[in-house]
Design a protein around this ligand. Structure first.
Ligand SMILES: [Zn+2]
Ligand SMILES: [Zn+2]
Length: 142
């Protein structure tokens, strides 16, 4: 039996579920994530795209192009409350990354790595047993 985990936006209009475990759990400290989520960092939980299913709610989309890499990111968010639900990225074809805070239980998935640590806020501490990278990340850990 495959594990199912549910989540949704702050107002409840958008609901989704994911099947199985994430491919990767990432905390991103880049300035783009800090700004777009108005937070200290982003909690990014990546799945194969076909493991993510929208149960209800229309989602708005906006495309960004990284000024660092020139590649696109397409964010999906609730048009009613503005909660970012997930994104796809040119660098990760076939994958959808869920905003970790939208899970009903935001503790169920592991964090494998921290990226863009060079712009980490000074009062955030990274556990010593988790991989940390000064910038972004090209190949997944093997
Ligand atoms: Zn909403
Ligand atoms: Zn980021």
């Amino acid at each position: 039996m495959t594990d199912t985990h549910l989540g949704g936006c702050a107002c409840g209009a958008v609901r989704y579920r994911v099947l199985g475990n994430p491919v990767l759990g990432t905390v991103c400290h880049c300035r783009f994530c800090q700004r777009r989520l108005t937070s200290a960092f982003a909690v990014l939980v990546s799945f194969k795209e076909d493991a993510v299913e929208t149960l209800q709610g229309e989602q708005s989309k906006v495309e960004y192009r990284s000024d660092e890499s020139g590649r696109w990111l397409r964010m999906s968010f609730c048009p009613k409350c503005g909660t970012t639900i997930s994104h796809t990225a040119e660098i990760r074809p076939g994958m959808r990354t869920i905003a970790g805070g939208t899970f009903d239980d935001p503790t169920w998935f592991p964090i494998d790595r921290h990226i863009w640590v060079q712009s980490k806020l000074p009062w955030v501490s990274i556990p010593p047993d988790v991989a940390a990278y000064a910038q972004g990340f090209v190949a997944p850990p093997s």
